[in-house]
Structures are given as structure tokens and as C-alpha cells.
Design a binder for this molecule. Structure first.
Ligand code: NAP
Length: 277
């Protein structure tokens, strides 16, 4: 039996077991996917003994994504550029490799939910400069975005990302975020605003072109106040759940040897578990 896990601290909230166990059953694979709560000080030792624990690989969630990159012997381009890994796998010689599939998940989901989003793409407004924003900037640049206006409450974090990702990123003041929407083709909320238990994202969409796409990384709730406001004025909206489902695909394929499909049935199955711990 092949076994994988998600490593986090805390890990209870992770939806990864729901997704991977669904696929294991769907494809009739003799495998298992566990949750492993590991404290930061124990992380290096834990991944060092993945094989001894019977695992072929793992997903990594907060706060271990940077440590996962450091622990691996090699990293794919996405993990190296983003500076964090969310997927680990052991090769047949026992060497540990790291990847980051968040940018892949984000872009693949946009392609699925808002086809043609990248054709003739004008400026993109990205809100937030935390860990998730790094993956989004990497994905957008790879997808051809020529200009990204980046706003974050703490401006210094946005400036750091602009230095890391180069001249396509222009840092704008957090207080100018509504005004920046005028010629924008796509907005991406990478902040945690709008999540259950957090304040909503305060933004005025009235300047946003009617054909702009509005994407939110938050998936709990599925329909954030931002997405509700955008849908009300006719903009195409893309929620965070699709990204979560698509980012899981490459890991599952590496560990279990089958490239799984993201289907409406999987989505409905995961939606039922949201908010239930
Ligand atoms: P993070 O590193 O903690 O960053 C949080 C971001 O939110 C920062 O930019 C922070 O600004 C901003 N923020 C928090 N509270 C704010 C407030 N009151 N006003 C203005 N800005 C505020 O978190 P993360 O890992 O990037 O995750 C961000 C969100 O993305 C979370 O909701 C997470 O669940 C979601 N996410 C979804 C997926 C998916 O697959 N759909 C994947 C990854 C993450 P400061 O820098 O000023 O603190």
C-alpha cells in the first residue's frame, strides 16, 4: 500500500485528506492519505524519516512550506522561485524532492472557470503580499501578465515581492486599491479578508470594467463578499476552491501513479465538508 500525508500545525482544518481519499476510492487504488500534526521544531526530523514512516510523499501546509523547501534535496522551478513547497515526494533512491503546485492550481482553475482570461490581458490587480501571493505572482507572470499592480496593507511586504518578481510588478498603495481597478482585466484577492471569522475585503468595484474577472483565493465561505459583489454587477467570478482542488492533482499523480480529474462531483463532495472542521 502506498501512503501519503499532509503535514501541518495545526492540520485538522486541512481539506487535503478529503480530496485525496476521494480520488483513492474513485480510482480503486490501494493507498492511504493521513493527517500529521508536526510542530515546527520537529519538522526536519519528521520529513527526514518519511520513508521509515512508510510514506512516499506529503503535502505541506502552514507553517512548514519554507522549511519543506529547505529540507528537500531538489526543488522544481515553481518552489524555488516562490520560496516555499507544498508537495514532497521521495524518488526510488530515497531522495526527497519538493514542488509547489499552488501557481499551477490557480492558473489551471482560471483556465477552467474563465476561459480566455489571459487573452489580451490588461493590468492585473493583486491584493495581498503573503505566502499565497508569491505563488499567484509566479503563476501570473508565467501566464504572460505584463503588468501587475500589487497592493498590500503592509507596503514593505509588497515592495519585497516586487524586488523578487521584477519590473512587471508595480506596488500601489493599499488605500488606492479601488481606484486602481479602472483598466484592470483581473483582480485576485490573496489576502485572508473575507474568510469566515475575518472582516470582508473593503473595496469599491464601481470602476472595474464589466469584462474583468474577479478571483478570490478564500474558499471558506465559497462565495465571499467580494465575489458576491462582483457577480451582482455581472463580472465573471472564480472562487478559491477550484485552486485547492487543482493544486492537489500533481501530488496525487506522483504518489499514486494516476493523474486524477477535478470534476463537479469532487467539488460538490468537498463543498459538503467545508465548515465542518
Ligand atoms: P498570509 O501569508 O498570512 O498573508 C495574509 C495576507 O492577508 C497579507 O497580505 C496580509 O497583509 C493580508 N491581511 C490580513 N488581514 C488583513 C487586514 N485586516 N487588512 C488588510 N490585509 C490583511 O496568508 P496566505 O498563506 O498568503 O493566505 C492568504 C489567504 O489565501 C488565506 O485565506 C488562505 O486560506 C488562502 N489560500 C487559498 C489557497 C487555495 O488553494 N485556494 C491557497 C493558499 C492560500 P499584511 O501583510 O499587511 O499582514
Amino acid at each position: 500500500m502506498r501512503r501519503a500525508c499532509v503535514i501541518g500545525c495545526p492540520v485538522e482544518h486541512s481539506r487535503s485528506p478529503v480530496i485525496h481519499r476521494y480520488w483513492l476510492e474513485k480510482y480503486g487504488i490501494d493507498g492511504a492519505y493521513e493527517k500529521e500534526a508536526v510542530r515546527p521544531e520537529d519538522f526536519a526530523a519528521f520529513v527526514g524519516s518519511l520513508a521509515a514512516k512508510g510514506y512516499v510523499g506529503a503535502n505541506v501546509t502552514l507553517p512548514h512550506k519554507e522549511a519543506a523547501l529547505r529540507a528537500a534535496e531538489s526543488a522544481d522551478e515553481a518552489a524555488a522561485v516562490i520560496g516555499a513547497a507544498n508537495t514532497l515526494w521521495l524518488d526510488p533512491d530515497g531522495r526527497l524532492h519538493a514542488g509547489n503546485t499552488d501557481a499551477y492550481g490557480f492558473v489551471t482553475n482560471l483556465d477552467a472557470e474563465a476561459p480566455h482570461w489571459s487573452e489580451g490581458l490588461g493590468p492585473v490587480v493583486v491584493l495581498g503580499a503573503g505566502g499565497a501571493a508569491r505563488a499567484i505572482l509566479y503563476g501570473l507572470i508565467r501566464a504572460g501578465a505584463a503588468k501587475i499592480l500589487l497592493a498590500n496593507r503592509t507596503r514593505g511586504r509588497a515592495e519585497t515581492l516586487a524586488q523578487a518578481f521584477g519590473p512587471r510588478i508595480e506596488v500601489i498603495g493599499w488605500e488606492t486599491r479601488s481606484r486602481a481597478l479602472g483598466a484592470c482585466s483581473l483582480i485576485v484577492n490573496t489576502t485572508s479578508l473575507g474568510m469566515t471569522g475575518q472582516e470582508p475585503l473593503d473595496i469599491d468595484l464601481s470602476a472595474l470594467p464589466g469584462d474583468a474577472v474577479v478571483a478570490d483565493l478564500v474558499y471558506n465561505p465559497l462565495l465571499t463578499p467580494l465575489l458576491i459583489a462582483a457577480a451582482k454587477r455581472g463580472n465573471v467570478t472564480v472562487d478559491g476552491l477550484g485552486m485547492l482542488l487543482h493544486q492537489a492533482v500533481p501530488g496525487f499523480e506522483r504518489w499514486f501513479g494516476v493523474r486524477p480529474d477535478v470534476t463537479p462531483e469532487l467539488r460538490a463532495y468537498v463543498v459538503k465538508t467545508l465548515g465542518s472542521g
